[in-house]
Design a binder for this molecule. Structure first.
Ligand code: ATP
Ligand code: LTN
Length: 344
């Protein structure tokens, strides 16, 4: 190859893949989703080949209302873009538009053991609350298929996804060992700060979009007044000082949120509020949260209202995702012994 041609070859950037379920109820995505995942996805776009999807097939494990699922899938797509995912830089698509996900999940189902799925914490927790479907049981296998189909190098997620990612890695390694190299073994990327934003009402629980108590969660669509009220009502620890410590989980969580929204370190925040009480700290935190969330919720409304543009983005994303996923699926089929038809 000539030097000129070499220069023109685009350098292959590592592949980033991640997604969220459209199981958001009325509220949509939370500041936990934003801080633990979305915010990092946006930052990674300039240096990596990024693919972000909406896990609508995963959402079926809790059997949502069809109309709600349809709406929430578009809500999540709009929220990705409002948060800064740029459809000209990253691939954005819905899982159900790429049949290879369900197909690859079947292949991996034949590689995963019952024991591996049974020990998943998320499955154990969810199946204790409701009677579980087989889909819920194999949820992490579908997640592995999502990731492995794109030859993903790095998966940016919050801390709660670590165990699922470990399973994806194990399945990739097992498959490669059995049939020869087929899938890239992905690494997990968990942010140092904000990987586990806690509930405002129970700081031992992670903030979750499906929490029954609306005061526990700040949604990215909340108004400034709603945000201020939720922070005012957030539980605190005994004592009055603004100091993070293991036995002060509520204040530690609020200090971490303040740091994320303002850029201050924990020590700087503690120094800033050294002789001040909760009321003053909470009011500053509320200002910082409103400043972080307001621009996102404003952009969100505009994007969500333009259904044709959203549809076009998802269509373009599905085309690219199908192209990439089909290539990997074919490779896996071939290695496993499926007959390839000629002239198709
Ligand atoms: P659900 O309540 O429906 O289980 P969720 O709010 O926990 O939803 P997910 O769809 O499971 O959200 O997660 C989407 C992404 O956001 C994942 O990468 C997850 O790790 C991250 N995430 C979710 N909640 C938090 C949180 N409280 N702190 C940090 N990251 C989070
Ligand atoms: N289980 C994930 C959603 C998800 C996902 C993925 C994340 C499904 N498939 C692939 C990263 C990569 C969750 O956030 N609850």
């Amino acid at each position: 190859m000539s030097t000129q041609a070499q220069k023109e070859q685009p350098t292959k950037r590592p592949i980033i893949f991640s997604g969220m379920q459209p199981t958001s109820g009325a509220g949509g995505l939370t500041i936990g989703n934003y801080i633990g995942a979305l915010k990092n996805w946006v930052e990674l776009q300039n240096d990596y080949d990024c693919i972000y999807f909406i896990a609508d097939l995963h959402a079926l494990t809790i059997r949502p209302e069809p109309a709600a699922l349809r709406k929430q899938t578009l809500d999540v797509a709009a929220m990705y873009i409002a948060s800064g995912i740029d459809p000209d830089k990253s691939v954005i698509f819905a899982q159900s538009h790429v049949p290879a996900h369900a197909q690859c999940a079947w292949l991996l189902n034949c590689f995963a053991s019952m024991g591996e799925c049974q020990k998943m914490t998320q499955f154990k927790e969810k199946s204790e609350k409701h009677s579980a479907s087989v889909g819920l049981f194999t949820y992490p296998v579908l997640q592995a298929a999502d990731i492995l189909l794109y030859q993903t190098n790095l998966v940016p997620v919050g801390a709660d996804q670590k165990q699922h990612l470990e399973l994806s890695r194990n399945l990739a390694e097992r498959f490669n060992h059995y049939y020869s190299d087929t899938f890239t073994v992905p690494e997990v990327f968990i942010p140092k700060v904000g990987a586990r934003v806690m509930s405002l009402q129970d700081p031992t629980k992670k903030m979750s979009k499906s929490d029954e108590n609306p005061k526990a969660t700040i949604f990215l669509t909340d108004s400034a007044d709603e945000i201020r009220n939720k922070i005012k009502r957030a539980v605190t620890d005994s004592g009055t000082d603004i100091r993070a410590a293991e036995d002060r989980p509520a204040v530690t969580n609020l200090i971490e949120l303040y740091g994320i929204a303002t850029g201050y370190t924990q020590a700087e925040t503690e120094a800033q509020f050294e002789s001040k009480g909760y009321a003053e700290f909470k009011s500053a935190l509320a200002d910082a949260m409103v400043a972080m969330v307001e621009p996102i919720s404003k952009r969100y409304q505009e994007i969500r209202n333009d259904k044709a543009a959203l549809n076009a983005i998802l269509k373009k994303g599905a085309e690219e995702a199908n192209r990439r996923a089909t290539r990997t699926l074919r490779k896996a089929y071939k290695k496993m012994g499926m007959v390839e038809l000629e002239n198709v």
